[in-house]
Each structure stands twice: as C-alpha cells, then as structure tokens.
Design a protein around this ligand. Sequence first.
Ligand code: OOG
Ligand code: MG
Length: 263
Amino acid sequence: MTVLTDREKEIVDYLYTAERDAREVIKITDKYPELTIEEAYGLQDRLLERRLMENKTKNVGVKLGLTSKAKQVMMGVDEAIYGYLHADMLSTEWEPVNYSELIHPKVEPEIAFLLGADLEGEDVTAEDVIKATKYVAPALEVIDSRYKDFKFTLVDVVADNCSSIKFVVGSKWISPESIDLGSIGMVMSKNGKVEQTGSSAAVLGHPAEAIAWSVKELSKRGKRLKKGDIVLSGAMSEAIAFTSGDSIIAQFDGLGSVSMFCK
Ligand code: OOG
Ligand code: MG
C-alpha cells in the first residue's frame, strides 16, 4: 500500500470522481502550477491504483499519446506521453459506446500491438518491438479528458491518465512481419463522411519507434511492457468529436477496418 500525501489524495479523488460521474473539472495546474511531469506520473499511478480497486478491473496494457505532430499541434504540446488501459475500457464493435457515461468524447485511429514477450530497458529498438509483437490490429481510441473544454498542459493530461476512457480493437489480428507498419494509410469516417486521413508514419516516424520510446520512458520509472499487453501506439490523425447516434469507421491499408457506434 502506498501512503498518499494530502495533495495526492485530493487530486486523485478529484480526477477519479470526475471520470466516474462524467463531469468536467478545472485543470489541476490552475491550483498547483508547480507540479512537475515526474509528479504527474506519480499521480497517474495513484489514480490508476484507485481506479483498479473501485472499478474491480485489471490492467490490460498501455496507450501512447501525442506521438504525432497533428495531435501535438492540436493539444498545444511538444512531447509524447503514456497512460494505462484497463479491462473495463475495452469496448467491442458490436456493443455501442454509451454517450451518457462520457463528458465530451473524441475518437482517434490507432494501431494496436499485442505483445508476445516482455519489453524493458533503455536501449530497446523498433526492431525489438516488432520481434516481441505477436499481432497488430486496427483500433479506435475514445478519449475523454476530464478537463473543461478538453484543454490542459502536459502535467494535467498525464495525471488524468492521458484522457483514456475506452478503446475498440478490430477483429482481424495479423503478424507484424506481414505488413510494412511504417507506411499504413488510414481513412476515418463519421456517418459515412470522411473526416480524417493519415499515415502510420505520422506516429514518431513508425509506430514501433513510438513503442520503443515508451519502453525507455517506462524503464526510467522501473516499469516495463509485459507479455499479453495491448499497446495503443498513438493517434494517426487528429481526434474527432462524436455524439449520440454517430457511427465511426477507420479503414487501414492492409490491416482492415474497425468501427464503433455511439448510443
Ligand atoms: C491526450 C491523449 C492523446 C493520442 O493517441 O495521441 C492520445 C489527449 O489528446 O487528450 O491518446
Ligand atoms: Mg490515443
């Protein structure tokens, strides 16, 4: 058991209940402008411990964020980040996402990696990531920042588990060796109309590079990626807002498609 300071307790409670009650809140750096990125990752850990306990769920992997220029420009930051995926965030294509449980959701296209081996250490390369990957699949990530107007600093978003709320993985999983993961074109449509196009090259040059980056970051904090983890490698384009009644589909060259419906 970790002993929390009063400030940690307050912030964890603030962010946990904001997600639980689908309520937007003022960003934490308005009250605590001196918080550092390291402290933000510490707060994320504490928030996730609380979430695992209260939601009676378990960890299923990691998500990378702000790995593409489009997303960095969109959010006004210039660094990638990571957060965690829990089993209760996994949604399926045939099960609608419930708008009433969300604040101001957006959806973004990603490539999911399923790991067949652990990855750890500060010198992990993109090749090591490919070797450790059993399958890749098309994915949609739903993000729902707990902060008012979806606006935050890097510290705020890291503490808020990088806006994570739901993700959908397509049903077709293929070997990473059977495709050039560095140049996968993608088209994302909402209600039949094209909203975003992108390429996997936008994700730090190659999604496996992005995952190698995350392994180094995790290692600095004594953590690693584990066999069986699902890793979302980061959005390939800007995220788009959706509401009740919307259908979203992302089609990826060579990987197939993944869809989502919001009720
Ligand atoms: C932060 C999460 C970003 C991605 O794939 O870039 C992210 C946010 O934009 O709210 O998941
Ligand atoms: Mg994402």
